[in-house]
Design a binder for this molecule. Structure first.
Ligand code: MN
Length: 728
């Protein structure tokens, strides 16, 4: 079992290598702090938990990172796994350290392994973007490396998921950050669990050929060293077998067996200066046969991850090809530790953080890549200033424009979530809905069925077009008052165009029937639907038109039947003599004529006017010309008259019909009149500009009952909307 003191000692050793003179008291305090906080916890292998942070700190120290990063590594699990708080760590070890720990905690909480393939690219971007400070990523990679090294204690399921995640996220990241050494180790351990058989095949082949390989490498190394020493070039040369996963990948890509693969050997020549690099290259090409097309100059054109070296592939005396990489010590450092090496060189002039960040940004932004093969798994990472990546409580990643709020998040999930949003939690704490989200935040939207929907302010708060569009849509749909006004106007205009009575002027029962037919609960609902464009006024009116027409006709008939006379007829006075069927009260045997203006027929309520020299003129009481009856000066000339009940002679009367213009309507009218055996004196029509026509029909009837019966027959004709008694 691993012990605390072993690990503490090797951390000391790693620190002594590059910061021998630095005050170690803060680091020692962090070791004690973490040890105390984790004291109840054990690793899966039963060793004390503190071993893990110590080992992670050691890896971070091997990268040569600064004190803050070492502190961050030591405390990296404190916020997540113990009662330690950000504030407590900030107070004791400084804000920078606390922020590093918090950053690592966020990455730890992010559930990368549950993500789907297509989210991978987003995840990598997010991973980078989440870490304002690149050291967070470096600590996290160190954390993962130590967890990979101790993977044997995990359950098989966890091994697979963690190794998958390592292949998908951590190894490509390490590569992108130029940390070859870590990348290789991560890949090799992951492969061991993901394809144990494939891994074992390669390992056993390598074991079986170990002596042979070593002898070969020894020969080549000596040959190179001898030549360079002869030429007075200060250099270190060593050979190695490429790492297992790169061999594995080559086999898969080239569909070759292990013994068919060439190029599994790599030699490094590390020198002091760049001119030495080119100098060495010349000697290598002189010593061995060059394999054409394999030379690459990454010194004049560094890789995006800042890697620099000369690469060439040559064939040795035994016909075995091998690669030679030539670089300076500084290039070597960058190749091994990548971005981390940068800290090594910057050690001492801390505070240039802004500039460091620029360097990282440039590195990450440069997408030029000349070596496709090496970049099979390469990443396209930007710092994504314009994007923020957050999580749903279930771990789904959501990408939003920078500065987005819980409102944007809610609408990104679903417009229904946005519309019923009442509040939000970020990282389990209630926040204002205008809070700007940060990378890695876990966002939970609080919704309510009784939510009133988005507020107009949200349009100013939200950052995403998606949210804005959806909120606008909602207002379009839900801005009820405006929609009602708008919808009502177009509905009523359509009704008027068709000369239909407007809602509110029809009988309650009829209106209810119409609403049922339209499938709305109220006229306002109908108007709102028309207002937002869910239904056109034409369509709505078309659906109820026939019902209204029919009902109005029925009503008219009923009215006519119930109340044919506005003034009940006086009891017949038999002693009065009727002239032309009309009895004039108080006046006997006077001349009677029927007013042309209103053509009264028996049954109509009538009134008489004593004309100057033409006897009594009979009007309907509803004739506009009877207005004079109310004039006190003329009142004496108006006399009460009534129909003689026995009179059966025909009278002329006129109806005006409001109709929708159509061919054949005149014919229909004529047919009805003929069928009813009515004597038509005049039938004419006039088209109005709005698609309507007015027909005037003058005909003979014996009484008002007959008139109403004919009127109803006319109203039953299709497209006849209404009728009026004629007023000449
Ligand atoms: Mn950890």
């Amino acid at each position: 079992m691993e012990t605390f003191s072993e690990h503490y000692a090797s951390l000391e050793a790693a620190l002594n290598k590059y910061m021998p003179d630095t005050d170690r008291s803060l680091i020692d305090r962090a070791v004690e702090y973490a040890r105390e906080k984790h004291k109840e916890q054990k690793r899966k292998d039963g060793s004390p938990y503190i071993i893990h942070p110590l080992a992670v700190a050691e890896i971070v120290a091997e990268m040569g990172l600064d004190t803050d990063a070492v502190l961050g590594a030591l405390l990296h699990d404190c916020i997540e796994d113990t009662d330690a708080s950000f504030d407590d760590i900030a107070r004791q070890f400084g804000t920078t350290t606390a922020e590093l720990v918090e950053g690592v905690t966020k990455l730890t909480r992010a559930n990368f392994s549950s993500s789907e393939e297509q989210q991978m690219e987003n995840l990598r971007k997010m991973f980078m973007a989440m870490s304002k400070d690149i050291r967070v990523v470096l600590i996290k990679i160190a954390d993962r490396l130590h967890n990979m090294r101790t993977m044997q204690y995990q359950s098989p399921a966890k091994q697979i998921s963690k190794c998958r995640e390592t292949m998908d996220i951590y190894a490509p990241l390490a590569h992108r950050l130029g940390m070859q050494k870590m990348k290789w180790e991560l890949e090799d351990i992951a492969l061991r669990y993901l394809d144990p058989a494939g891994y074992d095949d390669i390992m056993s082949y390598l074991r079986a050929h170990k002596e042979q390989d070593e002898a070969f490498m020894q020969t080549i190394q000596e040959k190179i060293t001898l030549r360079l020493t002869d030429m007075g070039i200060h250099s270190t040369t060593y050979g190695r077998i490429k790492h297992v996963y790169s061999i594995y990948r080559k086999m898969a890509q080239q569909d070759k067996r292990m013994d068919e693969l060439y190029d599994i050997y790599a030699f490094r020549v590390v020198v002091d200066t760049i001119p030495d690099c080119y100098n060495v290259l010349g000697h290598i090409h002189d010593l061995f046969n060059l394999v054409p097309g394999r030379f690459k100059d990454y010194i004049s054109t560094p890789k995006p991850n800042m890697y620099q070296s000369l690469h060439t592939t040559v064939i040795g005396t035994q016909g075995i090809p091998f690669e030679v990489q030539i670089r300076t010590w500084q290039m070597h450092e960058t190749a091994e530790y990548g971005i981390a090496a940068h800290w090594k060189y910057k050690q001492g002039n801390v505070g240039g953080n802004e500039k460091d960040f620029e360097w990282v940004r440039r590195l990450l932004e440069s997408q030029q890549d000349t070596d496709a093969e090496d970049y099979v798994n390469s990443l396209k990472i930007d710092m994504f200033d314009d994007e923020v990546f957050v999580f749903t409580p279930k771990g789904k990643i959501v990408s939003l424009p920078a500065g987005s709020t819980p409102i944007d998040f809610a609408y990104a999930i679903h417009s229904g979530v946005g519309n019923s949003l009442t509040g939000a939690k970020v990282n389990n704490r209630i926040v204002n809905i205008d809070t700007a989200l940060e990378n890695g935040d876990i966002v939970e939207i609080i919704t309510s069925k009784s939510a009133k929907g988005p507020s107009r302010d949200w349009l100013n708060i939200c950052k995403s077009n998606q949210a804005r569009t959806k909120i606008k849509q909602w207002f379009k749909k839900e801005r009820r008052e405006e929609n009602i006004t708008h919808g009502k106007a177009s509905f009523e205009s359509e009704m008027r165009r068709l000369l239909l009575p407007l809602p509110g002027s029809m009988e309650e029962a009829l209106e209810q029937t119409l609403l049922r037919k339209l499938a709305f609960d109220s006229w306002d609902d109908l108007y709102a639907a028309i207002g937002y464009g869910g239904l056109t006024a034409t369509k709505a009116v078309g659906r109820i038109r026939d019902d209204i027409t029919k009902a109005v006709k029925a009503q008219n008939q009923e009215k006519a039947n119930q109340n044919p006379l506005r003034t009940p007829a006086e009891p017949v006075k038999k002693d009065r003599h009727a002239v032309n069927g009309v009895i004039v009260e108080d006046i006997d045997s006077c001349m009677i004529k029927f007013a042309k203006c209103c053509t009264p027929v028996p049954g109509d309520a009538i009134i008489g006017f004593i004309t100057k020299g033409f006897g009594v003129s009979i009007h309907r009481v509803d004739c506009p010309n009877t207005i004079g009856a109310h004039d006190p000066q003329q009142a004496a000339r108006w006399v009460r008259v009534r129909w003689d009940q026995v009179e059966e002679q025909p009278f002329d009367t006129t109806l005006e019909l409001d109709c929708i213009t159509r061919d054949g309507l005149l014919l229909d009218l004529a047919m009805v009149m003929t069928t009813a055996r009515v004597r038509v004196k005049e039938l004419s029509g006039k088209d109005l500009p709005d698609g309507h026509s007015v027909f005037t029909v003058r005909f003979e009837v014996r009484n008002v009952t007959e008139l109403e019966s004919i009127r109803n027959k006319l109203l039953n004709i299709r497209d006849v909307l209404g009728s009026r008694r004629g007023q000449n």
